[in-house]
Write a new protein. Structure first.
Length: 219
């Protein structure tokens, strides 16, 4: 049997062509990876901008709620001071309650912010968060977890300082002209504690959101 060894020139040509093919494939893969990486970074950057804007909106909502609640708490404290002075001076109950109602409107008016989270949920759904730097992702996830906790507390309607049924009974007695100044005083004290408890949670959240906004990198 006789066979002929390929000439060295042809082997070199084959090796060169093979190398070019390999280089072309590697280049194409690298370009594709680069394009995908740029696309993912763009999605992450766009999502971060929307989340930062959403955080600012929530800060403004928290400010509005805190200002409202603070004003309502001051009015309730003024009503309690007037009532306590009358009780100490032994003013007749009907007269004292009449004076109280003439100067103050009794009732609980706690404002809770809506705390938007649409931008965060969209970023999670389209996996844009997976392309964010780890520190940025941890900052956002911590903030939105804090928001969720505050919403759960407010949504449950639970407040250890407030006897809702007792408050309604006291207000009903007042409307029927059978109010007891001491019961009203206790109701107002519970309202003040409810404002303080709620605003404590809202203020902590507001501080955390503001810190997150401050720590956000500026492009």
């Amino acid at each position: 049997m006789h066979f002929e060894v390929p000439k060295a020139k042809r082997l070199k040509e084959f090796g060169g062509e093979y190398l070019m093919i390999v280089i072309s494939i590697a280049t194409a893969l690298a370009l594709e990876h680069g394009v995908q990486t740029l696309h993912h970074r763009h999605l992450a950057h766009e999502a971060a901008d929307k989340i930062d804007a959403e955080i600012q909106i929530n800060i403004h909502e928290l400010d509005d709620a805190l200002n409202h609640n603070n004003e309502q708490q001051k009015k309730t404290m003024a009503a309690r001071e007037l009532l306590l002075a009358g009780i100490r001076d032994k003013v007749d109950s009907p007269v004292l309650i009449k004076q109280l109602l003439q100067q103050h409107k009794l009732g609980l008016s706690i404002m809770m912010p809506s705390l938007r989270r649409e931008a965060w949920e969209v970023a999670v759904a389209n996996q844009a968060v997976s392309w964010m730097p780890q520190q940025q992702l941890e900052r956002y996830s911590s903030i939105y977890a804090n928001m969720r906790d505050v919403q759960l507390i407010s949504g449950s309607g639970s407040n250890n300082f407030l006897d809702g049924a007792g408050m309604l009974n006291t207000l009903s007695d007042i409307n029927m002209g059978q109010g007891d100044p001491k019961a009203i005083y206790r109701m107002l004290s519970q309202m003040i504690s409810a404002y303080s408890s709620t605003d404590g949670n809202l203020q902590d959240l507001r501080n955390n959101l503001a810190k997150s906004a401050k720590d956000a990198p500026h492009s």
